[in-house]
Design a protein around this ligand. Structure first.
Ligand code: SF4
Length: 86
């Protein structure tokens, strides 16, 4: 498994070369644990059924834990979104 510093070096090298296809993992990860929400923020497709057609539901706990576990090796930042609490 790649470390964060190895991932950073890959990202910097790709940036310096101007690569459009990169080998590094994402340095910033966003995990949407749920798409249940009863708010209608103007910039969000959540309340627009014609735009967001995904099934409404919650991420399985095991999936969430696996994502967090793996992201720690390469991501500098992990943001969790979903529901009105983000
Ligand atoms: S609270 Fe979040 S999920 Fe809900 S409408 Fe606003 S941006 Fe979208």
């Amino acid at each position: 498994m790649m470390t964060r510093s190895e991932n950073r070096r890959l990202a910097e090298a790709a940036y310096d070369r101007g690569d459009t296809v990169v080998k590094n993992a994402p340095e910033i990860s966003g995990i949407e644990g749920t798409n249940h929400c009863n708010i209608k923020c103007i910039m969000c497709p959540r309340g627009e059924p014609d735009i967001m057609r995904r099934e409404v539901g919650h991420m399985e706990r095991e999936t969430f834990q696996n994502l967090l576990k793996n992201a720690q090796y390469f991501s500098m930042s992990v943001g969790c979104t979903g529901s009105a609490n983000h």
